[in-house]
Ligand binder design. Structure first.
Ligand code: PEP
Ligand code: MN
Length: 340
C-alpha cells in the first residue's frame, strides 16, 4: 500500500502518518526527491487491506491510500510513476538517458585496463567495466585478480576520470569491493542470493543487478526490491539473456524484458548484449535492438586483444568494432529520442 499525501500536506501530517504506520507494526518508507509525498507501507499487513486504506484516508493531509497489487512496492511504477535516473559517476541511466558501460570481462593487468579505458572512452562509453572477482563455471578457470584488480580499477579511474563497475560475489566481500567501486555489479548467478542482496542494500553505492539465466521477470524485480528495502534505491536492472532450448548462442536475448520491466518498475533497464549472445559477431545487432527497444543503457564487453582475453574473449568487441557500434548507437538514440 502507498499513502499519497496532499500537495500541501504539512510536515506534522506526514509525520503523523509515518507514526501511525509504525504503530501498526509496519514500516514507512518515504519516496525521496519527489514533490508530492508518497509513503510506502512495508511489511505484512495483518488487517483487512481495504479497512487499512480507509483508516489512512481519514487522516489529515492524506489525499488517498492505494493498494499495490504486486509484491514489489519500492520498485513499483505505482509507487514512483516517473522513471528513476541512476548516476554512476557522471553517467546517467534512465529518464531518457542511455549510457554505455564497457570494458573487458576481467581485469588482467594495469596496461590492459589502461588500454581498454582509452578505447572505450574515446568511443563514447561513460563508465568502465571489469571484473576482479569472477564467477566461473570451472574452478580451474581464471578466478580474477581480487583486490589487486580493484586497485588497478581505482588507478585507471584516477587517470581517466571514468567511473568503474565491478562485480561483488559474496556478502563477506561487499565492504572491500565497495571501497573501490563506483557501481557494484551483482552477477546473474547471484540474483537471488538474498544474503548478498541484503548486504549490498546496506550500501549507498549504485548497483547493476543482472537477471539470472533462469529468473522470471517478477522474481528479478523482487531482487531489486530487496536492495531497495535495505535503503539502496540506486538500482539498475540488467537483462543479459536467458537459457532456452535454443543453443546457437550462449543465451537468448529477452528483448521483451525491456518494455515489460519498464511497465513494472521505474528503475533503469540496461541490456548486456555480450553475455546475451556470447559471440562478438552478434553483439552489435543485439545492442542496436536493445537501444531501439528503449533500454536505458548498455553493458558491453570490449577487450584490446579479444583473442588473448583471460575470460569471455569470444564475445568481446575489439576497439574498431566498438567504435563502429557506438557511431551507430548515436544515430539510433536520435531516432528514438534518447540521449546517449
Ligand atoms: C560478467 O559481467 O562478466 C558476468 C559474469 O556476467 P553474468 O553474471 O551476467 O554472467
Ligand atoms: Mn563476462
Amino acid at each position: 500500500m502507498i499513502v499519497i499525501m496532499n500537495t500541501g500536506a504539512r510536515p506534522e501530517e506526514v509525520e503523523a502518518v509515518k507514526q501511525e504506520i509504525t504503530n501498526l507494526g509496519l514500516r514507512p518508507f518515504e519516496n525521496p526527491g519527489v514533490e508530492r509525498k508518497v509513503i510506502a507501507v512495508l511489511g505484512e499487513v495483518g488487517m483487512d487491506k481495504a479497512e487499512l486504506a480507509n483508516h489512512f484516508n481519514a487522516m489529515p493531509g492524506v489525499d488517498r491510500a492505494e493498494l499495490i497489487s504486486n509484491p514489489w512496492k519500492l520498485a513499483s511504477r505505482t509507487y514512483h510513476p516517473e522513471d528513476s535516473i541512476v548516476m554512476i559517476g557522471e553517467a546517467k541511466f534512465g529518464g531518457g538517458y542511455s549510457s554505455v558501460a564497457a570494458g573487458p570481462c576481467s581485469v588482467e593487468s594495469l596496461p590492459q585496463m589502461r588500454l581498454s579505458a582509452d578505447i572505450v572512452k574515446a568511443a563514447g562509453a561513460r563508465a568502465l567495466r571489469g571484473g576482479a572477482f569472477k564467477p566461473r563455471t570451472s574452478p580451474y578457470a581464471f578466478q580474477g585478480m581480487g583486490e589487486e584488480g580493484l586497485k588497478i580499477l581505482a588507478e585507471v579511474r584516477a587517470e581517466t576520470g571514468m567511473p568503474v563497475v565491478t562485480e561483488v560475489m559474496s556478502e563477506t566481500e561487499v565492504e572491500l569491493v565497495d571501497r573501490y567501486a563506483d557501481c557494484l555489479q551483482i552477477g546473474a548467478r547471484n540474483v537471488q542470493n538474498y544474503a548478498l542482496l541484503k548486504a549490498v542494500g546496506q550500501t549507498r553505492t549504485p548497483v547493476m543487478l543482472k537477471r539470472g539465466f533462469g529468473t522470471k521477470i517478477k522474481d528479478f524485480v523482487m531482487s531489486a526490491e530487496y536492495l531497495m528495502a535495505g535503503g539502496n534505491t540506486q538500482v539498475i536492472m540488467v537483462e543479459r539473456g536467458i537459457q532456452t532450448f535454443e543453443d546457437s548462442c550462449r543465451n537468448t536475448t529477452d528483448i521483451n524484458a525491456i518494455p515489460v520491466l519498464k511497465s513494472l518498475t521505474h528503475l533503469p533497464i540496461v541490456l548486456d548484449p555480450s553475455h546475451a549472445t556470447g559471440k562478438s559477431a552478434y553483439v552489435p545487432a543485439i545492442a542496436r535492438a536493445g537501444l531501439a527497444a528503449g533500454c536505458d543503457g548498455l553493458l558491453i564487453e570490449v577487450h584490446p586483444d579479444p583473442a588473448h582475453a583471460a575470460s569471455d574473449g569470444a564475445q568481446s568487441l575489439n576497439g574498431p568494432a566498438f567504435q563502429t557500434l557506438m557511431d551507430q548507437l548515436r544515430r539510433i538514440a536520435d531516432a528514438v529520442d534518447r540521449k546517449l
